[in-house]
Ligand binder design. Structure first.
Ligand code: NOJ
Length: 530
């Protein structure tokens, strides 16, 4: 196999790059392989690690492997994808309806969990594995530090190909979900989503496969890592033989972040991570990514959005575990609702719009509103660098991929925030510095305190050498906390390390620790004489 020869054609981009037509090259709109090598070297010089997204489940339908596979049933790669003579069941693609698509070249149907432009690879074929492990080695040889593994749960399907039992197809289920309001409807919606796809993900074979990939990683020195786009801690194996991390998605799977929700989440996740048989697992927290509504929009209450954005940043940067931040959150970018169907780039959104307008007679105006809400375009608008035209993302005479959110003119841009000491960007930088300098915030154990409090979430992070107390006030009330009964803190002094409010005194009163509305307060617990 030859890797890295210059690209001759533009990549397909049906799914923002998740439809890969060449695993060992760079899409020309991002530069060249040499540009990537330079970027990697320069990052490493600055002590920044780089991990790549590795899409295992599917390729593009324009990938040479698929073109060969579909060309004839006698092709050496005929069995690299999942082919059938007739669709064996009613399985749906989670992006665009039927999961089986006809290829006239072979007179057969191929399976795709995602769009029809993203055929699923046949991972039961050892040649597929070898080809993919070679692609993984290609970037590891260049020096990348690891992989985020896309959609690992979807790699295998139920071998019996059991049909789903939901009395509707994908478009109808999406529409049903849009209209669900009552608790009963909402519960049914969740059940339907689960039942529709339960035979198409989480199937046997994944653990062996993750072990194989871990063995590939182990061929390389350095501190390389694998993080699965899945919340199932089972993919961490015995703690040392599968993935290094999985995402704590249950934390973000809520309408509103409350102290109760966070405490329950931490208790369950950390208990499970701590009980892996060979090595304890490491936590990995996030509140957003390129597939979900932006933090400021999603968890805002329209009254205190700015305060809540700070509080939630504080949460993710103080919880135990690696924090994943999505670009743009650090300046408070918000979702941007597209206003015309011609602007929509997310194929899933375009498909849904047409499915409900033509298939269900939904009025185009309502369909557009629903589409703008469900499409991932809303949280993928260009990064806002400055208040120059196109937010400094592209020169004035270029039309960017998606419209720029006009709020770049109102201070939601990097340049303005760099210059303002009280900006969200400076707040993130300050908080990250505090975290970097505090062993307890990086490595420390987590112990909740005042665990029944509804307005605030308070906890300790502690190593042998340092103890830190964190208080996050989720309410618009001023609080006075009595910490004198907390055994790890009593008879000690609190030295402020960070606060989103103005704590002019460095030493705090344990009897009546004053916490402002929505404040995040971090202090080191020191001996009274220290
Ligand atoms: C998960 C990715 O995060 C998403 O953006 C993509 O569309 C699907 N996997 C398919 O690759």
């Amino acid at each position: 196999m030859r890797f890295g020869s210059p690209r001759t054609s533009l990549p397909p981009n049906w799914d923002c790059g998740y439809d890969i037509s060449d695993y060992c090259n760079v899409a020309p709109e991002y530069g060249t392989l040499d540009d990537f090598k330079l970027f990697l070297d320069e990052s490493h010089k600055r002590n920044i690690r780089v991990i790549l997204d590795l899409v295992l489940n599917h390729t593009s339908d324009e990938h040479a492997w698929f073109l060969e596979s579909k060309s004839s049933r006698a092709n050496p790669k005929a069995d690299w994808y999942v082919w059938v003579d007739t669709p064996p069941n009613n399985w749906q693609s989670c992006f665009d309806g039927d999961a089986w698509t006809y290829a006239p070249e072979r007179g057969q149907y191929y399976y795709h969990y995602f769009m029809k432009q993203q055929p699923d690879l046949n991972w039961h074929n050892p040649e597929v594995k070898q080809a993919m492990w070679d692609a993984a080695r290609f970037w590891l040889d260049l020096g990348v530090d690891g992989y985020r593994l896309d959609a690992i749960g979807t790699i295998y399907e139920d071998p019996k190909r059991t049909p789903h039992s939901v009395p509707m197809n994908l478009a109808e289920l999406r529409r049903f979900s849009d209209l669900a309001k009552t608790p009963k409807e909402l519960k049914l919606k969740d059940k339907y989503w689960h039942d529709m796809f339960k035979h198409q993900w989480g199937q046997a074979g994944l653990h062996d496969l993750m072990q194989e990939l871990r063995a590939v990683m182990n061929e390389y020195g350095g501190d390389r890592m694998l993080v699965g786009e899945d919340d199932n801690i089972d993919y961490m194996g015995n703690g040392n033989d599968e993935l290094h991390l999985v995402f704590n998605f249950p934390l973000m799977r809520t309408e509103r972040l409350t102290p109760q929700h966070i405490r329950k989440n931490q208790k369950e996740r950390l208990k499970r991570l701590n009980s892996l048989p060979v090595e304890k697992g490491w936590a990995c927290n996030t509140l957003g990514n390129h597939d979900s509504s932006r933090i400021r929009t999603r968890y805002g209450d329209k009254l205190h959005d700015a305060e809540l954005a700070r509080l939630h940043a504080g949460l993710i940067l103080t919880l135990k575990g690696t924090a994943f931040l999505y670009n743009g959150e650090e300046i408070g970018m918000t979702d941007y609702m597209l206003t015309d169907i011609s602007q929509v780039k997310d194929t899933m959104g375009i498909w849904y719009y047409h499915a409900i307008v033509t298939g269900m007679g939904v009025h185009p105006e309502e369909a557009l509103a629903r589409t703008a809400e469900m499409t991932r375009d809303k949280n993928r608008t260009p990064m806002q660098w400055s208040k120059n035209s196109n937010a400094g993302f592209s020169p004035q005479d270029i039309t960017p991929w998606l419209p720029v959110n006009p709020n770049y003119k109102d201070g939601i841009n990097v340049k303005d925030q760099t210059q303002s000491p009280y900006s969200l960007l400076n707040y993130y930088q300050h908080l990250i510095n505090v975290r970097k300098q505090s062993p307890a915030l990086i490595f420390g154990e987590y112990t909740p305190i005042h665990a029944a409090a509804k307005d605030y979430f308070a906890f300790l992070r502690h190593t042998d050498s340092q103890k830190v107390v964190v208080v996050l006030n989720f309410s618009n009330k001023r609080l006075e906390l009595d910490l004198t009964k907390v055994k790890e803190v009593k008879a000690r002094t609190l030295h402020t390390l960070f606060s989103s409010a103005d704590h002019s005194q460095k030493k705090q009163d344990l009897h009546a620790l004053a916490i402002n509305p929505f404040e995040i307060f971090i202090a080191e617990v020191k001996s009274t004489h220290g």
